[in-house]
Design a protein around this ligand. Structure first.
Ligand SMILES: [Zn+2]
Length: 213
């Protein structure tokens, strides 16, 4: 681990030689305040980004929504932990330059993931693909952000099941054992769910009516 005996400014990481930092002209009391304020702002941005990501998974639900949510959840808790670690370290007068950099690196990650989902959907020009399959399970969780999944037999090589994110309406419409058609947008690399319809309504109504979740 990086440890340097030299004391560094909490604000700009310049090595401190006197009462006032030569890098930013602040005393260490003032630098601590600036650091705190910036930390709160960045943490806010980080939380907003995480909400934007969750919103994006509702608007353009990737077929792998659960995997992406788990990944973003890990990033979220590591980020919050780092923010607390920076703040504690600053209070105790520890070296925090590296912690700060780690935290700053994580702040844009949820935003980038959210942007990735939006771009993936917006640049998507391929036709919607229909996959006929069967519901083998249902899962719903009424948390702060409600989660509804239809578990269906997978049509993809190497996958046994798909946990398809669905709307409340779709969730209540289909029962275990029923045949369904899952409509998938190809995206530009991340397939995402257009909707789930009954096989007969799909045959008469075409693929155009499944876009809203
Ligand atoms: Zn400084």
């Amino acid at each position: 681990m990086f440890r340097s005996g030299a004391k560094r400014c909490l604000n700009c990481d310049t090595v401190i030689t006197g009462p006032i930092c030569e890098g930013c002209d602040l005393t260490q009391a003032a630098a601590s305040l600036v650091l705190r304020r910036r930390l709160i702002l960045r943490t806010g941005l980080f939380l907003l980004g995480s909400m934007a990501f969750v919103a994006a998974t509702y608007r353009f639900p990737p077929l792998e929504t659960d995997g992406m949510l788990v990944f973003c959840g890990v990033v979220f808790f590591v980020g919050l932990g780092l923010a607390v670690w920076v703040e504690r370290g600053a209070l105790r007068g520890n070296q925090i330059a590296i912690r700060k950099r780690l935290f700053m690196t994580l702040v844009p990650v949820p935003w980038l993931l959210a942007a990735l989902l939006v771009v993936n959907a917006k640049l998507d020009t391929g036709p919607v693909q229909d996959y006929r399959t069967r519901v083998v399970g249902k899962f719903s969780m009424a948390a702060m952000v409600p989660t509804r999944r239809l578990v269906v037999r997978s049509w993809r090589e190497g996958h046994e099941f798909e946990r398809v994110p669905v709307s409340r309406d779709e969730y209540s419409r289909f029962a275990v054992g029923q045949s369904v058609v899952v409509e998938i947008h190809p995206g530009i690399g991340i397939p995402w769910v257009a909707g789930v319809v009954a096989p007969s309504s799909n045959a008469s109504g075409g693929a155009g009516n499944g876009g809203n979740l």
